[in-house]
Design a protein around this ligand. Sequence first.
Ligand code: ATP
Length: 264
Amino acid sequence: MIEVNNLCKSFTRVVKDESNKKIKKLKTKKEDFLAVDNISFSVKQGKILGILGPNGAGKTTLLRMLAGILTPSSGNIKIANHDYSIDKNAAKCEIGYLSGNTKLYGRISPRELLTTFGNLYEMPSEKLKQSIEDVSEVMDMKNFIDNRIENLSTGQTQRTSIARCLIHSPKVYIFDEPTLGLDVISSQSIIEFMKNEKKKGKTVIYSTHYMEEAETLCDKILMIHEGKIIANGTSQKLKEDTQTTNLRDAFISLASKGGELYEK
Ligand SMILES: Nc1ncnc2c1ncn2[C@@H]1O[C@H](COP(=O)(O)OP(=O)(O)OP(=O)(O)O)[C@@H](O)[C@H]1O
């Protein structure tokens, strides 16, 4: 369902320039670095892949490239048999992407937001009406679907953001930290949602810093560090490889050793 080959993204950063130590004033220079460094993996239909990694590891950069909103420096992405380099729009139509910092316009209701996005996907009006009913049922939005978004709670806003990703019935969900900042009940409802979508044959790639959540939910874990894959497998395998009893300890062990274990 998803195939990623040798994906790289380079950015420019500003660093201290120590080439001439005689100059006392702080000098800086620009340098290129790889935020995503030669990443390859695949995810089968109906599976959930969790992307884990320390802050700045490159998770968001990777997900933004998968969602088609950031152009890779090199490498290739295929979503549901659509190659980004051949037909990016067809690939993007198969994706529902939730960014990590989704901000919704506050002066409209969730229903109006969903209608706007359905229209952008050029959905016929009857189909769109039905889809709004379906997603508001799935995301439990009936009580607030006609309220202004600016008056919703954090959890209700996040459910609205996720509903926006579902409106066109994509095959693949790409979620950047979907449960960040939510209380246990709200995050549990999103976890249950992902489990149910998996049962329907949908494919999910999502990033999180919550290890327990990833351990119970994900079929496979991709751990990245400084833009590189340092582990790829089931949480059971990661625990065995690191001789740990939970994913949190496996994460700490892998991150502290960098790529050493994966390269063996
Ligand atoms: N547009 C950009 N220009 C320059 N550097 C960037 C840009 N976007 C991200 N970076 C850098 O790329 C690296 C990876 O960032 P990214 O946001 O992908 O990490 P992350 O794993 O999602 O981190 P976090 O867990 O903190 O959200 C960081 O060093 C970041 O500063």
